[in-house]
Design a protein around this ligand. Structure first.
Ligand code: NAD
Length: 498
């Protein structure tokens, strides 16, 4: 267990670390040991959110005018600092949100990869140069920054997700006000210290910690041009509504109900490993978690027996212990949600094949631990097969064919990630074409995206934008088409002459 020390942290506004103006703070506690108080973070007021927006608005112009390759050099330094601090940052993250150390190292690594990848866009951000329809006229398109970006993030990837948003925002020349999840402010603090030390000028990045009210303040303020939000679909809808009156650019990455399809010709051992990792990695608290496993009837029983045995044997505990395979839920509320869905599944008539209980023995008593849980005999219309649980609960659905598997996969409100296990290339390509999600895998689970391809989902998962890849630049810049007429006379475009 980590040391039982704690301290009081600050907001970062206009290049200064400022304590909570009201003195009110939020306690950050370890979900594996609730008596481990990690620190107290400002429970900020609307006024502090305003100050942060002021600072970002003031800093915008100088940052916009800093050549993009120079902005990139600062961000490359940030990536190097992240590399140097990967291990302590990962340990802080496991302590504050519970996922096992191998995964929190991966979270920091994702921030490193994203920072290197998108910082390099400082020397690209390619536009188009095209022939004009007129003589002596030049035509091109360039990207321009938008201004102040509000970055509102969840707790499950506390450094990776902020990096997915802040690095493209910064490389495009925007300034930022960052409101991290109130459950993971330490990783947010660590990320911002790195940006500060790398040389991001005062006011270009600001961080205000606090709850939903702070997110809402940022969303409604007319000086904010972009709101980039990752979180639940219910809150994303509110963000969209609140941002609408000022016609802001709103980027939403929301919930998921992802499925792995296991066909009768699948390499079953491989599928088994993939379903365990996809279903129980990060305690099922991933937007891309494989909370549904859709299995062909010919291999259903064989697969279920092996899957249930392996799930029940997963070692649950403190993520800092090297042998732990699955950590706790993030908090009491999330644990209660998991437990309530276990009851819902039973009431709906699904079979509880393993798990189903909170774990309270020995050292686990002080944390939010729950058994890895598998439901079988799940019907696609059941709530446990349709609603995001965000916990260690996997629903297994028995199907007769690939067509039925695709139908069931698509028949939910969300559209983030899906996958198929099959050895048949024709089936793989049909599924790849016909499943309507933003991400699709063949012979791999629903998790494991790489930073240089677009990330995001369809339907209730997203509103058409993508993060990661160069697609992220489209969220944080606007296109400007530029025409330069060097003929010395008025030339009317074709639209006005034919
Ligand atoms: P959440 O929606 O409760 O909170 C997300 C953030 O929004 C937090 O910082 C929160 O303080 C803030 N917030 C809350 N109310 C707000 C309001 N009215 N206005 C503005 N901001 C507000 O989500 P969470 O519990 O932190 O995260 C879990 C959810 O995030 C899951 O649904 C998961 O699927 C989703 N998620 C999606 C992706 C993706 O890329 N699609 C990635 C990770 C997590």
């Amino acid at each position: 267990m980590s040391e039982l020390t704690s301290s009081t942290f600050c907001n970062y506004i206009g290049g200064r670390w400022l304590p909570s103006a009201s003195g009110k703070t939020i306690e950050n506690r370890n979900p594996a040991h609730t008596d481990d108080l990690i620190g107290r973070f400002p429970d900020s007021s609307a006024d502090e959110a305003h100050q942060a927006i002021d600072a970002a608005a003031r800093a915008f112009d100088a940052w916009r005018m800093t050549p993009a390759p120079k902005r990139a050099e600062i961000l490359f330094r940030a990536a190097e600092l992240l590399v140097a601090r990967k291990e302590p940052f990962a340990r802080d993250m496991t302590r504050e949100m519970g996922k096992v150390l191998a995964e929190t190292r991966g979270d920091v690594q994702e921030a490193i990869d994203m920072t290197y990848f998108l910082a390099a866009e400082g020397r690209r951000q390619y536009g188009q140069t095209v022939p004009s329809e007129l003589r002596d006229k030049f035509a091109m398109s360039i990207r321009q920054p938008l201004g102040v970006c509000a970055i509102i993030t969840p707790w499950n990837f506390p450094m990776a997700i902020p990096s997915w948003k802040m690095i493209p925002a910064l490389v495009c020349g925007n300034s930022v006000v960052f409101k991290p999840s109130e459950l993971t402010p330490l990783s947010a603090h660590n990320f911002v210290t790195v940006l500060e030390e790398a040389g991001v000028p005062a006011g270009v990045v600001n961080m205000v910690t606090g709850g939903p009210e702070i997110g809402e303040r940022l969303t409604v303020d007319e000086r904010v041009s972009v709101v980039s939000f990752t979180g639940s679909t219910a809150v994303g809808r509110l963000v969209n509504q609140n941002a609408a009156p000022h016609v802001k650019k709103v980027h939403l990455e929301m919930g998921g109900k992802n499925a792995i399809m296991v066909m009768d010709d699948a390499a079953l051992d491989l599928a088994l490993e993939g379903c365990l990792w996809g279903g129980f990695g990060t305690t099922g608290q991933r937007c891309t978690a494989a909370s549904r496993v859709i299995v062909h009837e010919r291999v259903h029983d064989r697969f279920v027996d092996a899957f249930v045995a392996r799930a029940a044997a997963l070692r649950v505990g403190d993520g800092l212990h090297p042998t732990t395979e699955m950590g706790p839920s993030i908090g009491q509320k999330q644990l209660e949600k998991v437990m309530s869905y276990v009851s819902i599944g039973q009431q709906e008539g699904a079979t509880l094949a393993c798990g189903g209980h909170r774990l309270t023995e020995g050292a686990l008593a002080k944390g939010f631990f729950h058994e890895p849980t598998v439901f079988t005999d799940v019907k696609p219309e059941m709530r446990i097969a349709r609603e995001e649980i965000f916990g260690p609960v996997v629903s297994i659905i028995n199907v007769r064919s690939l067509d039925e598997a695709i139908r069931v996969t698509n028949d939910v409100a969300y559209g983030l990630s899906a996958s198929i296990y099959t050895q048949d290339i024709n089936r793989a390509f049909r599924a790849m074409r016909d499943v309507y999600t933003g991400i699709f895998y063949v012979n791999a689970p629903t998790i494991g995206a790489e930073v240089h391809l677009p990330f995001g989902g369809t339907k209730a998962t997203g509103n058409g934008h993508r993060e990661a890849g160069t697609a992220a630049l489209d969220v944080f810049s606007d296109w400007k088409s530029v025409y330069v007429d060097f003929s010395g006379k008025l030339q009317r475009a074709q639209i006005d002459t034919v």
